[in-house]
Design a protein around this ligand. Structure first.
Ligand code: M6R
Length: 619
């Protein structure tokens, strides 16, 4: 999605803006631009392409202005091109605007503005904002932004700078796209994402829906365009982020994705710490989740909602929670949930899962759930994100910033979060015979996971060898049963998004209902067989595939014999022995490595795959 940065202070703005833009490149984008207020003019540069292309046309040292804004664009209205890149200006070129989101009524506004004589130079909805603010400007930029916001519909975050008020940035937010004010000493910052701020400050205020921030060097005033006469928090309530700037660097790894795969032992440890007792006695404590023992007892159904990889975590959660707790679980993708007229039952709790905490469809699903009376809790990775603020309670995964578009450590954090939720609910509910013992034993196993992940990471030669062979293929299938079924989907998503090899994940038993027609000699099929209760059936499915002369890569626990015998040891990836319900965490690591090394072999842009954005803040 688009990225926004801004600076107002005493230092030269341009190098700071360029550094911040560089920190946003991980989000995915197709063009970039900056504008700095300089001696009554704007120094404005923009271009289609990378931030490095922008870097090549700006004069980092030659521009002395101390107030400015910048943008990375991910095209929605109008193709990626230099005219469509932000910032955009009005007819008088007295103001500049950058935006993330969509102005849904831009066409009507544009017709109206053209009727009033405004001339447009791009196909974007953002240029409409510039002309609308121009129309309302009467000596006070905050007032003009408030009035313009009142005329627009949609979901957007924007940042504006006017030539006649050179010491002032105005930031505004409608609905979901994030916009964060960062507080410095004698300077203030704005960014659409925390990593862009980390080098400058860890004191932040994420704007709420409707808020307009007037940002000067020495103060920030927050109002709401829906009630412009009522000043809000002054000064705003500052949050302190404990991520260090170092965690947003590659740290010697070739790609963020590989670094993040290697950070997973730490993610597991950090997410468990202080919440899961290391022994069977002691209570699971997740105070921020804001669920009482009574509520935990009363739950009659859980709805899990998310998008992409986080949705796959939900599917794993369904298998886990239904089997362990016998609570019915419904799982939805965020983009579908609110459009299917969902029914919320009494005593229903919704769990929204999101790494970024900014995914528009997940947020909209939470709102739908809340409107219908559900208690909504979240599993998210970003402190103060929209999801975290909206939810009635939060379980933070402690994965640190995830920079690669492909989600790895956040997914593992989400799986661990779901285990914590299961353990927490279990201690307040009646369980099927033998289940309490299994769950108590699993506490020890959860603590062992970091060491087991380390073992997989220490021996990546088999997965590298298999990835090299997969990279020669045009398609790849992933199959599995029970908890391996969502993991098959996740393996396929990971492979397709970074290698661009067509891949699909299926319930292994479903192949014969259609997909077998696609299997020809040597087509790779990654068969997951980590669930002991359905192992025999998984092996039968592998036999069906082998009978069509496809090439099977097996994934099973160490010590596996039957599958290994069938597919050949050279075609096996193993995971250390663990409880079956923990196998998805270990399988995830093997499948992430398989995708990573396949994409590496193909020379893909691993951290920023084509067409994708790290967080999807539009519908
Ligand atoms: O930030 P979120 O977890 O809400 O993001 C959801 C999806 O956009 C995300 O998981 C996406 O599918 C990843 N690219 C997958 O690797």
């Amino acid at each position: 999605m688009c990225g926004i940065v801004g600076y107002v202070g005493e230092k030269k703005a341009l190098p700071i803006l360029m550094d911040k833009l560089e920190m946003l490149t991980y989000r995915g984008y197709d063009s970039a631009g900056v504008a700095v207020s300089e001696n009554g003019h704007f120094y404005l540069k923009k271009t289609k392409g990378r931030v490095s292309d922008l870097e090549a046309i700006v004069d980092r040292d030659g521009v002395s202005g101390t107030v400015g804004l910048g943008h990375t664009r991910w095209a929605t209205h109008g193709e990626p091109s230099t005219p469509n890149a932000h910032p955009h200006t009005d007819c008088t070129e007295k103001l500049v605007v950058v935006q993330n989101g969509i102005v849904e009524n831009f066409w009507e506004l544009k017709q109206d503005l053209m009727g009033k004589g405004h001339h447009f130079h791009s196909e974007t909805d953002t240029e409409v904002i510039a002309h609308l603010i121009e129309e309302y400007y009467d000596g006070n930029i905050t007032t003009a932004v408030n009035l313009a916001m009142q005329q627009m519909h949609g979901s957007m975050a924007l940042l504006v700078l006017h030539k006649d008020e050179q010491d002032t940035l105005v930031a505004a937010k409608m609905d979901s796209p994030p916009l964060i004010v960062g507080f410095g000493r004698g300077e203030n910052h704005v960014a659409s994402d925390i990593p862009a701020l980390l080098r400058y400050t860890n004191r932040i205020y994420p704007l709420e829906d409707g808020e307009v921030a007037t940002i000067r060097r020495d103060k920030v005033i927050i109002t709401n365009y829906r009630e412009p006469e009522t000043p809000r928090l002054s000064p705003p309530k500052v949050m302190v982020i404990n991520w260090s700037p170092e965690v947003a660097k590659k740290d010697g790894y070739e790609h963020f994705m590989l670094k993040e795969i290697h950070e997973q032992p730490t993610t597991v440890n950090d997410t468990l710490r202080g919440r899961l007792p290391e022994t069977a006695d002691g209570m699971v404590e997740i105070p921020d989740l804001n669920l009482t023992a009574e509520e935990a007892q009363r739950i009659e159904r859980l709805t899990l909602v998310a998008c992409g990889t986080a949705y796959h975590a939900c599917l794993v959660g369904k298998y886990l929670i239904e089997q362990a707790l016998r609570i019915p679980v419904t799982v939805d993708v965020g983009s579908e949930y609110r459009y299917r007229a969902p029914l919320i039952g009494r005593n229903e709790v919704m769990v929204a899962i999101s790494q970024s905490g900014e995914t528009a469809d997940t947020i909209a699903s939470m709102r739908e759930g809340m409107e219908q009376g559900a208690k909504v809790v979240a599993i998210t990775n970003v402190l103060g994100s929209s999801v975290a603020r909206l939810a009635d309670g939060v379980l933070y995964t402690r994965a640190g910033p995830e920079m690669a578009v492909a989600s790895t450590k956040a997914f593992v954090g989400q799986l661990v979060g779901l285990h914590l939720l299961t353990q927490f609910l279990a201690q307040h509910r009646e369980l099927p015979a033998g289940m309490r013992e299994r769950l108590l034993k699993m506490r020890e196993e959860l603590w062992r996971l970091p060491a087991l992940i380390e073992r997989i990471l220490a021996e990546s030669r088999p997965v590298q060898r298999l990835a090299k062979a997969i990279s020669q293929q045009e398609a790849c299938f992933f199959i599995g049963r029970n908890l391996d079924e969502p993991m098959a989907r996740e393996g396929a998503l990971k492979l397709k998004e970074i290698s661009y090899i067509h891949s699909q994940g299926y319930a292994a038993g479903e192949l014969k209902h259609g997909t077998l027609a696609l299997l020809a000699p040597n087509v790779p099929v990654v068969a997951l067989a980590t669930q002991r209760a359905v192992y025999d059936k998984s092996v039968s499915n592998v036999q069906e595939v082998l009978a069509r002369h496809a090439w099977v890569i097996g994934v099973a626990h160490e010590g596996d014999e039957r599958l290994t015998d069938l597919v050949g040891r050279e075609n096996m990836l193993t995971i250390p022995q663990s409880d079956d319900w923990l196998a998805p965490v270990l399988t995830a690591v093997q499948l992430q490595l398989l995708s990573y090394y396949t994409a590496l072999e193909l020379g893909r842009d691993i951290d920023q795959p084509r067409n994708l954005a790290k967080s999807v803040t539009v519908e």
